[in-house]
Every structure is written in structure tokens, then in C-alpha cells.
Write a protein of this length. Structure first.
Length: 282
């Protein structure tokens, strides 16, 4: 099997760098064989005819720039396997850091509290928090019915209890249908449309633009809506956690400060970029 692995890495290298190609090929062979860390023992494995057919099917899709997570219909997040398809964003490592921040802040809580996630996507944020914070009553909303189908599927498969709401969060008339929460978390769309030209083809062509991009002239639209929602619906003392574009930290802080939020804190991600903000409703 090692020759088939090496061939796939070679074919993928023009689309990705060599390290990325090797990681993607490893993911494919793990999926085909059902074994983790399979690349350590490739010499010992012989692919069956069915596995060879799967490899060819995956190979063709990958060479069309389709992200490996969509090809395999799985992405790992917080050590859990999530089903993903083109209706939802692929979970990112920096979003795991946002989840870990919340878990660290609330892991000792013994009293039940309500958490609202804005923008369900695959469900990786609300499901992870529901699993890691037993006292947390988790709600999540998304405008996309397709995304909610995916997130509900993941909650069922992973054994997490989350209450799902279909709502266009930018439509304030729908806010009364969402819970008054003690914790609000969101990884909203935040990439300006003008940034699309500099992004990888496999992201722009396959991941849902509605979950990625905002107008150039209103890149803060979701953060403004979150701040307004917090003032109207969140409980006093509520904590707000958001993921942000690395170039918008000061602007998001200004939006939150202008709305009266306090204790505003910016946190760096693993690459040293300003990617997360926490604030509190006075």
C-alpha cells in the first residue's frame, strides 16, 4: 500500500504543499482502512478491491480541489468526529481554542446555565460545549436549514443534547424566539468579500460563502447584531465569546465598548494572531 500512498501524495502536491499533501493522503488511507495512524505501517497493508475503488473515488474528488473533509464527510474537532458536507464550514483548530476558553471559564460551574451559540454550522461548538459542560443548557441557531440538518445529525451521533433554532440572526424580529442566556458564543461570518481573491481555491469553491463572507462596507455587521442582541436579550453578567478576523480586533472591541459591554479581552490564537474576544454585559 505504500506505493499507492506515495502516488497520492505526489498527485496532490501541485494542489497543496508537500506536508499538506501527506496529511491529506494519510486521512484518506485512515478512512479506507478504518485505522488511525495507518501511515506508520503502510508496508504491512494490502488494499482489497473495494478499498482500491474507494481510493480512486476519493482521489478523483481531491484532484478537483474538493477539501478532504468533504470528500470523506468527516472532520475532527475536540477529539470527536463530525460529519461535514458542503452545507457547513469545515471546523478549524482556532475555533477549538474558543471552545477551550469557555470550558476553562465554566468547568467548575455547578448551577445550570443557558448558553446560546449563534451560527450552528456543523454543530462543533455547541455540541462540544454540551459534552464538556454538563450543567450547560445549550441552544444554537442558524439561518440555514441544511446546516441545522448536519448539526442535528452530529448531535445525535455524538450523544449531545442541543436545542436547535432556525433563525436569521440579522433579523431582530426573530430574537424573541431565542433564549435569554448567561453565555453567548459565536464564530460568525467575518471575512470581507475583497479577501476572497487571496484565499485557497478549495475554500472559495466549496465552503459555503454565507458562512464566510461579509460586505466590505460592513464587515462588523454580525458583531453589531450580537452586541444589540446582548443588550436586549442576554441576562446581566452574561459572558460573550466571539471568534474574529485577525485584522478586526480593535474594531470589534470598539463595537462592544460602544454598546456598553465591559471587561473586553482579546486573546491570541496558537499562531499569535488576535482571533478571539470575550466581553461581559454589565
Amino acid at each position: 500500500m505504500i506505493s499507492a500512498y506515495q502516488q497520492l501524495v505526489t498527485e496532490l502536491t501541485p494542489l497543496y504543499n508537500e506536508n499538506e499533501a501527506a496529511v491529506i493522503a494519510g486521512m484518506v488511507f485512515e478512512k479506507i482502512t478504518g485505522e488511525r495512524r495507518i501511515t506508520r505501517r503502510l508496508e504491512q497493508i494490502v488494499l482489497s478491491p473495494g478499498q482500491q475503488n474507494d481510493l480512486e473515488k476519493y482521489r478523483q474528488q481531491l484532484l478537483e480541489y474538493r477539501p478532504v473533509q468533504y470528500v470523506l464527510h468527516e472532520a475532527w474537532f475536540q477529539d470527536m468526529r463530525f460529519y461535514v458536507d458542503e452545507q457547513v464550514l469545515i471546523p478549524r483548530p482556532e475555533t477549538e481554542e474558543l471552545v477551550e476558553w469557555i470550558v476553562t471559564d465554566f468547568r467548575t460551574s455547578e448551577e445550570p446555565f443557558t448558553l446560546l451559540d449563534i451560527g450552528s454550522g456543523s454543530g462543533c461548538i455547541p455540541i462540544s460545549l454540551a459534552k464538556k459542560l454538563p450543567c450547560c443548557i445549550v441552544h444554537s441557531c442558524d439561518v440555514s436549514s441544511g446546516a441545522l440538518e448536519v448539526s442535528n445529525r452530529n448531535a445525535h451521533e455524538l450523544g449531545a443534547k442541543v436545542q436547535w433554532h432556525q433563525a436569521d440572526f440579522l433579523d431582530s424580529s426573530m430574537w424573541d424566539n431565542l433564549p435569554a442566556a448567561e453565555v453567548i458564543v459565536s464564530n460568525p461570518p467575518y471575512i470581507p468579500q475583497s479577501g476572497k481573491s487571496g484565499m485557497d481555491k478549495h475554500v472559495v469553491d466549496f465552503e459555503p460563502g454565507i458562512a464566510l463572507f461579509v460586505p466590505d462596507n460592513n464587515a462588523l455587521i454580525f458583531y453589531e447584531a450580537i452586541a444589540a442582541f446582548v443588550n436586549i436579550r442576554a441576562k446581566a453578567g452574561a459572558a460573550i465569546y466571539v471568534e474574529i478576523h485577525e485584522g478586526l480586533a480593535s474594531e470589534v472591541q470598539a463595537v462592544f465598548a460602544a454598546s456598553g459591554l465591559t471587561e473586553i479581552q482579546v486573546r491570541l490564537d496558537m499562531q499569535g494572531k488576535e482571533r478571539m474576544i470575550r466581553a461581559v454585559k454589565a
